[in-house]
Design a protein around this ligand. Structure first.
Ligand code: PBG
Length: 337
């Protein structure tokens, strides 16, 4: 009878994958992708007032911050080496209306925060979402007329809001409302206002996803939302349509692309990076974050390792960076290594 070692040798020949995995030093040497602090964008939530840090139950470890606390958070982020933060306002219910008119207030919550952060921490990048959902009484990203989210009127308002955000000091405008023609219109409006240096990170492929649940609690739109966002977000079944949608944003002048949610859409990250070669980002959204936190809290997974593994997966899928609520936690962890 043939000896078993000999049999494996005959099959593998000289090919043995495990040689490169045999020790920590070989594994480090052959590692193809690395996560660094430079890959991180930290989304934070804003509330009016001062001195308040209000935990969000559906997102353990994440809080809503008043502007002064957001400035402290931005300082912390900058000290950790995180390149940029992204801000999302939770404004008073009385200020929300059918058209999201507060988005056009020069000194609304998001613009006050931007100005304060840029003043105190000039070296951190500030990325602002310009969708209308934090400002509307119905929780939709655009203007609702009857039962329709009207495209062109929304684009016009979003482009005006983008200029106010840039006036306040925003470095990158990130439109997430998925209206047609928005990138071109925002570029045009920014340039006309003298903001040639302000970039646009398009939420190029934003899917109609259930993973946004905890975010809607965070900015208090969950209870408001009438219906769903299927007439403007992309169907999770469609990959080719997502690439076509992103192609339009590239043509219209997007500087960077984003895929959202992240982990369930790694194929889209890869396809966009391959197709356009633009800086490409994934948004690891609230539901992705909360699932990891919840399972870890129950002792079902090792939360820290799963966090790092998911973030590395984005790098492997071709992403240049990740918007993640884990940003400060990861940055601290990476600094210790
Ligand atoms: C909407 C917007 C959403 C998120 C950021 N901006 C989705 C939505 O509520 O429809 C989700 C972010 C997250 O889930 O972390 N403009």
């Amino acid at each position: 009878m043939q000896d078993k070692t000999h049999l494996v040798d005959e099959i593998t020949g000289h090919r043995r994958m495990r040689r490169n995995r045999k020790a920590d030093w070989t594994r480090r040497l052959v590692q193809e992708n690395r996560l660094t602090v430079d890959d991180l964008i930290w989304p934070i939530f804003l509330i009016p007032g001062s001195g308040i840090v209000e935990p969000i139950p559906a997102m353990p470890g994440v809080s809503r911050l008043t502007v002064d606390k957001a400035v402290e958070a931005a300082k912390e982020a900058a000290d950790l080496g995180i390149p940029a933060i992204a801000t999302f306002p939770n404004i008073e219910m009385e200020l929300r209306d059918e058209t999201g008119s507060n988005s056009l207030e020069k000194n609304n919550l998001i613009n006050l925060a931007t100005a304060a952060i840029k003043k105190a921490v000039p070296n951190i990048g500030v990325i602002t979402d310009v969708a209308l959902d934090p400002f509307t009484s119905h929780g939709h990203d655009g203007i609702l007329r009857g039962s329709e989210i009207v495209n062109d009127e929304t684009v016009e308002q979003v482009a005006r809001a983008a200029v106010y955000q840039a006036d306040a000091g925003s470095d990158i405008i990130a439109p997430s409302e998925m209206m047609d023609g928005r990138i071109g219109a925002i570029r045009h409006a920014l340039d006309a206002a003298g903001h040639q240096g302000v970039g646009i990170m398009s939420y190029a492929t934003k899917f109609s996803s259930a993973f946004y649940g905890p975010y809607r609690e965070a900015i208090s739109t969950g209870g408001l939302l009438k219906g769903d966002k299927k007439t403007y977000y992309i169907d999770p079944a469609n990959g080719t349509e997502a690439v076509r949608d992103a192609a339009l944003d590239v043509e219209e002048g997007a500087d960077m692309l984003m895929v959202k949610p992240g982990l369930p859409y790694l194929d889209i990250c890869w396809r966009l990076k391959e197709a356009f070669g633009l800086p490409t980002f994934a948004y690891q959204v609230s539901g992705e974050y909360s699932m990891i936190k919840a399972a870890a809290a129950n002792g079902w997974i090792d939360g820290e390792r799963v966090m790092l593994e998911t973030l590395l997966a984005f790098k492997r899928a071709g992403c240049d960076g990740i918007l993640t609520y884990f940003a400060p936690e990861v940055a601290k962890l990476l600094a210790k290594r």
